[in-house]
Each structure stands twice: as C-alpha cells, then as structure tokens.
Design a protein around this ligand. Structure first.
Ligand code: SAM
Length: 473
C-alpha cells in the first residue's frame, strides 16, 4: 500500500556514511523532517548539508539510544550484519525502519518519486523491481508537463474561493475538470498566470451552473507527426487527451488517434483515394460550431500542420470567427521519413541546403522550378510527388540534373510497414510506381548515398541492411 506521510517537524534518523544516506537525508529534509544523521566518517554531501544547517550530524557509531523518540529510522549501511543489528534496535524502540535496498529488513519502502511542486507521484514495486520502478518514473517524468507544479499552486490559491461559491459534488468536480483540462489550465502551463487568474475569477463569480463553468471553447491545430505515435510531442498528447472533439485527416495514424479520450467525438474529415473529403469549408464550419458550443477541439493533421497542411488557412478562418485558436507543431514527413530511412537531409560533405516542395506542380507551371532547388549540394524533399514522378524526373533532367542522381522514395515512413525504394533519378517513375496506397515522400540528392538502403544495393560496401523492408532498382 502506498501512503503519503507528513514528516513536517518530525524527528528522523539516518544511519550511514555514504551516498545512499545522503540521498535519504535530503529526501527527509525536503519533506520538512528534523533530520539527524549518525555516521562515523560522513561523505562530503552529508557534511555540506550539516554545514548549511539542513540536518544535525553526529560523528560516531550508532547506539540503541539513538532510536528512541524518532518518527522514522533509515538504515543506509553497506554491511548486512550491521544493517540487521540497527534494524533490530529500531524495532526494539518501536520505530518504523527502512533498510535501503533490503526490502526483507524494512517495515516500509520509499517509492520512486516524480515531483511537480506540491504534486507528487510515487511509484513502488514493493522492493520487487526497483529498477523497473525507476524506468516507470522516467516515463512519467517525461509525460508530466514541467509547470504542473505551478498549476497545483494555482489551484491551491483558488481552492477556498471555489469552496465558498460552488456547491460540493458534481458542480465543483466539473469546475475543476474544466480548469485543469481547459483554457485556464492551458494558460497556467504556458506561463500566463495573470490571464488564467483573470478567467478563474470570472468563472468563480458566475453561478455554478454547468453552462456557466463550461468556459469558452478553443481549437488546437495539432501536428500528429508522420505516423509513429512515439514521435508525437508531449503537448500534442496532452491536448488529445483533453479534447472533447477530434477532427482528423486521413494521414493520421490510428495509433495516434487511440490516444484521445475514449468519450471524445472523433470526426474523419480527410480526403481518401477515390473519395472526396468533407471539404475545407465544411471543416471550418465543424470547428467553429464545436468551439462556439464551449468544446475543446483538436484539429489533428498529419506531420506538421503548417507544412503543406493548410494549417495557416484554418488558423486565419478561426481567428476571423473570433475562436481562440492555438498551434502545436508536429514532425513533418520529410524529417520523420529521412530519419527513419537513415538519410541525413543535410551533411557537411554532401548537402548544405534542403528544400521541401510539393509535387503538385504541373508541367509548364513556372511558379516553382524543381531544377533550381535540386542538384549540387542541395537536397530536395518532394511531398505528394508520387503521381507526378515522370514529369518531375523529366524537368529535373531537362534542366541539367544528372540522370545518375540518387533518389529515395519512402513509403509509409516511420510506420511498421515502411518501405524505402532507392535508385537513380532516371528510375524515379519506376520506383514511385512500386509504392502502394500509403503516403510516399521522395528525396533527391547526394545524401541518399548515405542511407543504409543505398549502401545495401552497392555490392562493394559491407553495411548490414536496415531491418525494415528495402526495395531497389
Ligand atoms: C498533404 S501533405 C501533408 C504533409 C504534412 N502536413 C507533413 O508535414 O508531413 C501529404 C504528403 O506528405 C507526405 N507524407 C506524409 N506522411 C508520410 C509518411 N508517413 N510517409 C511518407 N510520406 C508522408 C506524402 O508525400 C503525402 O502525400
């Protein structure tokens, strides 16, 4: 059973000289205990804490009388027999004792802790697997926003006012849910405490009706990355988990969508091959309608919303409609696919510039000249280029790019079914024709030579091929 004890002003005893004793002494002083350390030859850490007045240090061997009157005793010594003797003394004095790394000798264990200000998360394995508990801690550490402590303090600041104005039970629970998962919590996490406080006061001053505390709606335009859910940002994950409504494109990986709350409304709005999507105007309408009804909307887009994603357009429409709109970036396909295929988009010896370009450029369309963007020490990453591959190849070769230039077509980049097709520019149409219905990204330039897939096609280089599937011409 995991319990949280209040050690404020309680007498605690730590027995031991070294790093483990110092760590436990620090934990107890941070918890507000009056800590005494008994150690024959204390480590520098312990001496420094004693010099700073954080604890009392007694330099001698421990004795049974040291245990008397303590709230807790921590035994942090190397020797097993000595540890057992000290534990016996503590128990004889009826004091709870923990022997570091010796669960069988301990009355209680000290969980691994994740702290955000006054908010603490404890992870315990009952001494069975402390290393696993530490691993779980590092995952929780990464998942909890840094400013969660600030949000906890913010809530404490308004706790009494909420108690005085909002009836206990459902209304109050709903209010705090809205605070933590809505605009107010978001502002505190973003560092805008003044703005959050202003809204919180307005919220408290309104009658505690459900509608009144629903707060204004908001739209977050969020990048879902190229597929692998682990490439999501922590912020994207948090926003998804708080969303009431998720509007998502067809490129969004279902594993990313699974991270949304189970009761969130999911609306597919993307175009699929051979089937028209709901249309951009309808998407705008859906977002405006949901946010105007006080809902937290996540508009989830593949890759980054601002790279060939119409995120800028949607943001402008929402802002014009008076909707609170925010952007969260994602890993764009070029970055995700290149990393996953082992292609450095720039490299000291191969490329000093990289261009992201759409393949939706028709022959005779002079707005964008791919030939001006590729070749030499430049890398060209082409989105939506599969069906345009023959025209693109012709234009690049006509403009003087050598037919030998290395190219890669990365299909379903970062996903379990990723395939990397590599070859020469002259073969690009054939490479593109090999891809299936999933998204594909074309990379053109000398850097493709550095990909494991390219090395694997060259018989005189002995690098092992990557584990994912490789196709080559
Ligand atoms: C409409 S664009 C959207 C791009 C997106 N906003 C981004 O930043 O990645 C769609 C194109 O991105 C590329 N793409 C997106 N995800 C991909 C993936 N996982 N693998 C390969 N290409 C991808 C393909 O070229 C696809 O046709």
């Amino acid at each position: 059973m995991l319990v949280s004890l209040d050690f404020t002003n309680r007498p605690a005893l730590v027995l031991g000289d070294g790093a483990a004793a110092a760590a436990k002494a620090r934990l107890l002083t941070e918890a507000g205990a009056h800590v005494t350390v008994v150690a024959e030859s204390p480590a520098a850490d312990l001496i420094a804490m004693a010099d700073a007045g954080a604890l009392r240090l007694t330099r001698r061997a421990a004795a049974p009388c040291d245990m008397v009157g303590r709230a807790v005793v921590i035994v942090a010594v190397e020797d097993d027999a000595e540890a057992r003797r000290l534990v016996d003394w503590a128990r004889a004095a009826r004091v709870w004792v923990n022997a570091v790394d010796r669960p069988a000798l301990s009355d209680f264990s000290v969980p691994a802790l994740v702290r955000r200000g006054p908010l603490e998360v404890g992870i315990a394995s009952g001494g069975a697997a402390p290393a696993l508990a530490r691993l779980v801690r590092s995952r929780i550490e990464a998942a909890l926003p840094e400013r969660l402590g600030a949000l906890t303090l913010f809530a404490r600041r308004f706790r009494d006012a909420v108690k005085a104005t909002v009836p206990a039970g459902r209304s109050r629970r709903l209010l705090w849910d809205r605070v933590f998962q809505g605009d107010i919590g978001e502002r505190v996490l973003a560092g805008d405490e003044a703005g959050a406080a202003e809204r919180m006061i307005a919220l408290i001053n309104r009658p505690a009706e459900t509608e009144a505390i629903a707060g204004p709606g908001v739209v977050h335009i969020v990048g879902a990355g190229p597929g692998d859910p682990e490439l999501l940002t922590l912020k994207a994950q948090r926003l998804l988990q708080a969303a009431d409504v998720v509007l998502y494109d067809s490129l969004v990986d279902p594993r990313v969508l699974d991270l949304a709350r189970r009761d969130a409304t999911r609306i597919p709005v993307g175009k699929r091959r051979g089937a028209p999507g709901v249309g951009q105007a309808a998407i705008h309408g859906l977002m405006i309608e949901a946010a105007s009804a006080g809902q937290r909307v996540v508009r989830l887009k593949g890759g980054d919303p601002l790279v060939f994603g119409r995120g800028g357009e949607e943001m402008a429409v929402l802002a014009r409609a008076g909707i609170d709109v925010h952007l969260t970036p994602g890993i764009t396909a070029a970055l995700g696919c290149a990393a996953s295929a082992g292609i450095p988009l720039t490299h000291r010896n191969h490329a000093s510039a990289v261009t992201l370009m759409t393949g939706h450029v028709q022959d005779g369309d002079d707005d964008v000249d791919p030939a001006a963007l590729a070749g030499g020490d430049r890398t060209l990453a082409v989105y939506m280029g599969r069906s345009q591959a023959p025209g693109l190849t012709r234009r690049l070769i006509d403009a003087g790019l050598t037919a030998d230039t290395p190219v890669a077509v990365i299909e379903n980049g970062t996903r379990p079914d990723q395939r990397v097709h590599v070859g020469r520019l002259i073969a690009l149409p054939a490479l593109a024709a090999r891809t299936g219905a999933g998204p594909s990204l074309i990379v053109i330039g000398d850097v493709v030579r550095l990909a494991p897939a390219w090395r694997a096609r060259t018989p005189d280089v002995s690098h092992a091929p990557p584990t994912r599937s490789i196709a080559r011409i």
